[in-house]
Design a protein around this ligand. Structure first.
Ligand code: SF4
Length: 394
């Protein structure tokens, strides 16, 4: 479920998110409640095993708005009693009262966007909080009784050194969250960071290199690929020493706290997206909701035509080949890899009949290995995972 509002747009963010005043939050909540009602009619045969309320910043909504949303989900969907229910809460937007209320409505996992424990880096990223404010929010989350907490981090931030990244990892692991996501920064088009660091930047002025131009503008340097990899290896080793298992390329957890929602995504479980711009995969079909706030706000979902127009966009039934490709390139993100047996169960064909030459080639190149019935990336394969994944496209 997508809640698109944020207090302020971060400098690296290309998500569908924007600041929203109280009136927008109220009208969005109303629309979401309508959407839940009409979408649930198509999900009668499903039991929900996980819910992820993300954004944007879901915790920016008023308590009564989030309560209404959670109650609507509970009443309209068949939710498994042990379902994992995650809510993203950004530091600086969570009150103790709201957290207690989320918990009483069934939320059992909180995901917090910290990104860095260095205030200078936070400021450069355009985050609204300091590390101290994060600490206060983290304490509130624990005090409210949440025993499953994720902290999101970003490495390879402009100006970041291996030392400062290690310091972030140290500070965060001292708090003992159950789960840590640590992604490297990607400079996305359409963001303020793209204007400062995008590939196109030096094209503007042939006489100046990208570095010279940045120096002139007093911009910190973006870590190069070698430094980015060094930070990744440090993350892997340091978190392992601290008792975190890397179960996906960029995700680490204590045993038993792997994010069930994300694992579902990487292993082809069906999902229904709710809210502005959200994506779905159901009955072998992909589709998404409109990303236009105006269209969503004015949508009359009770009318079938409008429902289909706004909530079934780019409706597409995946072919067998496309499903196989996804099985491989999503599954290979998991450290345990993809199951050869699972491939037969899903597609009725031996994985070697479909991908034999590709598997052999990648094994010869030292990028892939077969272990106990699972094909998985080697460490070298992880370093150039985009190349490896692309080999599975038919
Ligand atoms: S809080 Fe998250 S979604 Fe919102 S602007 Fe920042 S990065 Fe984007």
């Amino acid at each position: 479920m997508h809640i698109p509002f944020c207090a302020r747009k971060c400098a690296y963010c290309d998500f569908l998110s924007f600041p929203g005043n109280r009136q927008m939050q109220q009208e969005y909540t109303q629309k979401l409640l309508e959407e839940i009602k009409y979408q649930s009619a198509y999900a009668g045969e499903y039991q929900v095993i996980s819910i992820f309320i993300g954004g944007g910043t879901p915790s920016i909504l008023e308590i009564n708005q989030m309560t209404a949303i959670l109650e609507a989900l509970n009443s309209q969907f068949d939710i498994h009693p042990e379902a994992e229910i995650t809510l993203e809460a950004n530091p600086g937007t969570v009150t103790s009262e709201a957290l207690v209320q989320y918990k009483s409505e069934g939320v059992n996992r909180i995901s917090m966007g910290l990104q860095s424990a260095d205030d200078k880096e936070l400021n450069y990223l355009g985050r609204i909080h300091t590390y101290d404010e994060f600490l206060k929010s983290y304490q509130r989350v624990r005090m409210a009784g949440f025993d499953n907490v994720n902290v999101d981090l970003i490495s390879a931030i402009p100006g970041q050194t291996v030392e400062s990244w290690k310091n972030t990892l140290k500070k965060v692991t001292m708090l003992k969250p159950e789960h840590i996501s640590a992604y490297s920064l990607i400079v996305e088009e359409g963001t303020p960071f793209y204007d400062r660091y995008g590939e196109h930047v030096e094209m503007d002025n042939d006489s100046m290199t990208r570095e010279e131009r940045r120096r002139l503008m007093s911009l910190p340097d973006l870590p190069d690929e070698d430094l980015e990899r060094e930070m990744y290896y440090l993350t892997r080793e340091f978190l392992k020493e601290q008792g975190y298992e890397r179960y996906e390329i960029s995700n680490y957890s204590r045993k038993g706290y792997e994010c069930r929602h994300n694992i579902g995504y990487w292993t082809g479980t069906e999902y229904l997206g709710l809210g502005l711009g959200s994506s779905s995969y159901m009955n072998g079909c992909r589709f998404h909701n409109t990303a236009s706030y105006q269209e969503y706000k004015n949508g009359g979902f009770e009318r079938k035509e409008e429902f289909d127009k706004l909530l079934r966009q780019e409706f597409e039934r995946l072919t067998m080949e496309e499903k196989m490709e996804e099985y491989m390139f999503l599954g290979l993100r998991l450290i345990e890899g993809v199951s050869a047996h699972g491939f037969v169960s899903s597609f009725g064909q031996n994985i070697r009949h479909v991908y034999g030459p590709v598997l052999d080639k990648l094994e010869r190149e030292g990028l892939l290995e077969l272990k106990e019935g699972f094909y998985r990336l080697t460490e070298r394969g992880i370093d150039i995972s985009n190349y490896v994944m692309s080999q599975f496209l038919m």
